[in-house]
Design a protein around this ligand. Structure first.
Ligand code: PLP
Length: 509
């Protein structure tokens, strides 16, 4: 493809993208394909000769689109979604064209400096204390864009490991640092994301999962008990990961309590706020940040709720010099004359090379402004509130834990199997998409509102779809619980009347 063809085809692509995003709500959000479907549709080897662009795009329509989960759909309520936005798409588009690698300041000064500035902007906008920002020369704090929240967690664990091993070796200089590895132990709540466990696996350290309280929060006293008991066994507590906004139910660990324990025992505190961090742009949610100044590192994913295209995780550390000690290798070919005077982000992360991701973040911040992002967050939360009240108005359903931010967890009353079946029916119809989670042995369906495209009408439609999917399950349950009722007489038309009658008689599901 040469410049002339690109000018034409890329403009067509812009229309294709706008058409797609405008009309994505009309598609089924969850695909009806089986594993291996694409293998049956595409050749087994790459073409030997160039193919015309239009034929390639035809295949996108015919074979790729039917196999996608449409994450940009207003009916996508699974996981934590990842809404994109036009300014962000344009940032990524431009970044793909420039294709600069921002590993050192010298490798692309604007790439490095914009990243520092954008992260100072975001940090201030969500209420991060000054000690995490990089504004004054000589400031030890600073922000960096990591690929994912998982990677930020791993990076913090590795930095903490280096810090602890270095301190131990100072006390016993004749001993190899790896000697202590088997004694290191990290902590998180039993509600923490699986990426925390994975970081522990990769870092080859022991992990303890602290039992959360009735609000699914990790508390300081339970953490301290575990630390004391481990120390008594000769273990070395070195790292704690607190979660603000868990994936299952958006629970918040008690940050100040946890932070105080970390200070007392000299443990690195990392805060994983992957989803909820975006909400801190609204001052009314910043109370959950109380105690954040006690943390050593903090990460959230603007690619989750900030309308920044995946991938983009904002991470701040208080002692960037300490971070760099973990990742610093400096061969001659990467050196430059401004070393030490500028940031070289390659020392803040696992890979060497890095995309110019600050561009899309900067575009989003400027084009929406803080108020635009706040409006988006608040609207999602209102939609989730609307959904929660619809669920609460139906006595066959329950919300075992109240909505937090834009996540509602709900279930059919009674046995877990009813809700498991309901989830399968919902996803097999593909009109909306949801995933489950469970806590305290209760299977729940997560309903997350994260897209600026989800309207109030979409919420009503989603609720009607869920009620429709639940009908057969409810009919079966009434039949099973009441052998005196003729199963054949209960049919979909009579269901509202029958369930109404039974609810009057305090029939419980
Ligand atoms: C989504 C999520 C993660 C993982 O995010 P990735 O960016 O996919 O690694 C980690 N922690 C929490 C709390 C999350 O919600």
């Amino acid at each position: 493809m040469e410049h002339t063809e690109f000018r034409v085809k890329a403009k067509e692509m812009v229309d294709y993208i706008a058409d797609y995003l405008e009309g994505v709500g009309a598609r089924r959000v969850y695909p009806a394909v089986q594993p291996g479907y694409l293998h049956a549709l595409l050749p087994r080897a790459a073409p030997a000769q160039p193919e015309p662009w239009d034929r390639i795009m035809r295949d996108v329509d015919d074979v790729i689109m039917p196999g996608l989960v449409h994450w940009q759909s207003p009916h996508m309520h699974a996981y934590f979604g990842t809404p994109t936005s036009y300014p962000s798409i344009m940032g990524d588009f431009l970044s793909s064209a420039l294709n600069v690698l921002c590993f050192s300041w010298a490798s692309s000064p604007a790439g490095t400096e914009l990243e520092t500035i954008a992260l100072n902007w975001v940090g201030k906008a969500i209420g991060m204390p000054d000690c995490f920002l990089n504004e004054k020369t000589g400031s030890l704090g600073g922000g960096v864009i990591q690929t994912t929240a998982s990677e930020a967690t791993l990076v913090s664990l590795l930095a903490a490991r280096t810090r602890t091993l270095a301190a131990l070796c100072k006390l016993e200089p004749q001993v190899e640092p790896t000697t202590f590895l088997g004694q290191l132990v990290g902590y998180c709540s039993d509600q923490a994301h699986s990426s925390v466990e994975k970081a522990g696996l990769i870092g080859m350290v022991h992990m303890r999962y602290i039992e959360s309280d009735y609000k699914q929060s990790m508390r300081g006293d339970k953490l301290e008990e575990a630390i004391i008991s481990d120390k008594a066994q000769g273990m070395i507590p070195f790292w704690v990961c607190a979660t603000l906004g868990t994936t299952g139910t958006v629970a918040f660990d008690e940050l100040r309590e946890v932070g105080n324990v970390c200070q007392k025992y000299g443990s690195w505190l990392h805060v994983d706020a992957a989803y909820a961090g975006s909400a801190f742009i609204c001052p009314e949610y910043r109370h959950w940040l109380d105690g954040v100044e006690l943390a050593d590192s903090f990460a959230f994913a603007p690619s989750k709720w900030f309308m920044v295209t995946f991938d983009c995780t904002a991470m701040w550390v208080k002692d960037t010099a300490g971070l760099q000690r973990s990742f610093n290798v400096n061969p001659l070919y990467l050196r430059h004359e401004n070393e030490g005077k500028a940031i070289d982000y390659m020392h803040w992360q696992i890979p060497l090379s890095r995309r110019f991701r600050a561009l899309k973040l900067w575009f989003v911040l400027r084009n929406f402004g803080i108020s635009g992002i706040q409006d988006h967050i608040r609207t999602c939360i209102q939609r989730a509130q609307q959904f929660e009240s619809l669920v609460l108005s139906d006595n066959k359903f329950e919300v075992p834990q109240s909505r937090v931010l834009s996540l509602v967890v709900f279930r059919l009353k009674g046995d877990n199997s009813h809700s498991e079946r309901l989830l399968k029916v919902i996803n097999s119809r593909g009109k909306i998409h949801v995933v489950p989670s469970s806590f305290k042995n209760k299977y729940v369906i997560r309903f997350c509102v994260i897209s600026p495209k989800t309207t109030s009408q979409d919420i009503l439609d989603a609720w009607n779809e869920i009620k429709l999917c639940a009908q057969d399950i409810i009919i079966d349950k009434i039949g099973a619980d009441n052998s005196n009722i003729d199963r054949r007489k209960i049919h979909r038309g009579s269901l509202p009347i029958i369930t109404e009658l039974y609810s009057l008689q305090k029939f419980t599901f």
